[in-house]
Design a protein around this ligand. Structure first.
Ligand SMILES: *Cc1c(COP(=O)(O)O)cnc(C)c1O
Length: 387
């Protein structure tokens, strides 16, 4: 008798992209399936399961299998961007449905919810989801259909209690969806904490190389709501193309190594920058003085992620000047890549943003953390005279 197959760890399965190889050549990297159409059987059936390139693609499906595994979900869909994935969830609701979303969240999605969602007939309320009493008060049984949270949330890295939010949503007959982009499956598995759907901007650390725009949804159950999302993904043509899916899968093979290194460096930088004379405040859930630290410590594993922000004692112009003076950090939007990025976030978020103007957002890559500290510390000193 052969021994039962070991339940391999997520890291092992991701490294081998679920162990898929090519049966024709025995290649350890499966080919990219580029066909848009497939041969019908003589009896008119499609026995391979593939019909046309818009509803489905084998390479995209391989990457979706990795994502479903990483999140412990039943199924996953990849979309052409994180925004396409997120908006598919809202489009799966019915006109008149009530949605609760956080005040601090990814800016473009907040903008879409505030300005576009009402055209779909949705009623959206924004609430501080870190405050469970406020969340409870914002949810109406029978009327609220979806609670959306993001944790840690852009760009203040506030923490929402996922298990408590799931309980509140479910008690009202609503679903909980979590934008887990910045936690990533390395630190957090929202489905295991009671969430119904997890969304990722796979553009970020899952791909990790700043060369693919992609979004993902992973579901806890293949229920009616997932069926709606399936119809939307297939009908509206939101599928991620096979070349991008291949690159994403290649990125996910090293995801655990990158996430571990980036989160360790972010923690080191958070601690060191907190002691820098030009820095008034470091926002990082790994720091004990962060208001969400206790909840983060409970619901995140292996650390607190690769994102942090700093607030400058000398204000907005000093923040912009610091970003102008770095040499190693790249002055750019986005996050999660192997290269570290710095951004004056208020400039991009515009009016109505909860982002303070003295804030610089830092996405920590895989460079030597000493180099990252030296470069930023020197820029801070040259911009503010404090070092
Ligand atoms: C980038 C990002 C998104 C949007 O993803 P795109 O791929 O840029 O559309 C959504 N949520 C968070 C937290 C993000 O960082």
């Amino acid at each position: 008798m052969t021994a039962p197959k070991k339940p391999w760890s997520a890291r092992t399965l991701a490294a081998q992209a679920m162990g898929v190889t090519d049966p024709l050549t025995k290649a350890v990297v499966p080919p990219i399936h580029v066909a848009t159409t497939y041969i019908r059987d003589e009896d008119n059936a499609y026995s391979s399961g593939y019909v046309y390139g818009r509803p489905d693609n084998a390479t995209t499906r391989e990457a979706e299998d990795v994502l479903a595994m990483l999140e412990g979900g039943k199924a996953a869909f990849l979309f052409g961007s994180g925004m396409a994935a997120a908006t598919a969830v809202f489009q799966a609701l019915d006109p008149g449905d009530h949605v609760v979303a956080p005040t601090v969240m990814y800016w473009a999605l907040r903008h879409w919810l505030a300005n576009e969602a009402k055209r779909w007939g949705l009623v959206v309320d924004f609430v501080d989801t870190t405050d469970l009493d406020a969340l409870r008060a914002a949810v109406t049984p029978g009327r609220t259909r979806l609670v959306w949270i993001e944790t840690p949330s852009n760009p203040l890295w506030t923490i929402t209690d996922i298990a408590a939010a799931a309980e509140i949503a479910h008690a009202a007959g609503a679903r909980l969806a979590v934008d887990s982009t910045t936690a990533s499956p390395y630190h957090s598995q929202p489905l295991a904490l009671g969430a119904d759907i997890v969304m990722h901007a796979a553009t970020k650390i899952l791909n990790g190389h700043s060369d693919v725009v992609a979004g993902a949804l992973v579901t806890a159950a293949e229920d009616d709501f997932w069926a709606r999302i399936t119809t939307i993904r297939r009908g509206q043509g939101g599928i991620l193309g096979p070349f991008e899916a291949y690159l994403l899968m290649r990125g996910m093979r090293t995801f655990h190594l990158r996430a571990a290194a980036q989160s360790a460096s972010a923690a080191t930088l958070a601690e060191r920058l907190a002691a820098h004379p030009a820095v008034a405040k470091v926002l990082y859930p790994g720091l004990p003085d962060h208001p969400g630290h206790a909840v983060a410590a409970r619901q995140m594993a292996h650390g607190f992620g690769y994102m942090l922000s700093i607030r400058l004692a000398a204000g907005e112009q000093a923040a912009i000047a610091t970003a102008a003076k770095v040499e190693l950090w790249k002055r750019a939007t986005s996050l999660g890549g192997v290269e570290s990025l710095i951004e004056h976030r208020a400039s991009i978020e515009g009016a109505g943003s909860p982002c303070p103007t003295d804030l610089l957002r830092l996405s920590v890559g895989i460079e030597d953390p000493q180099d990252l500290y030296d470069d930023l510390s020197s820029a801070l000193e040259r911009a503010t005279g404090r070092g």
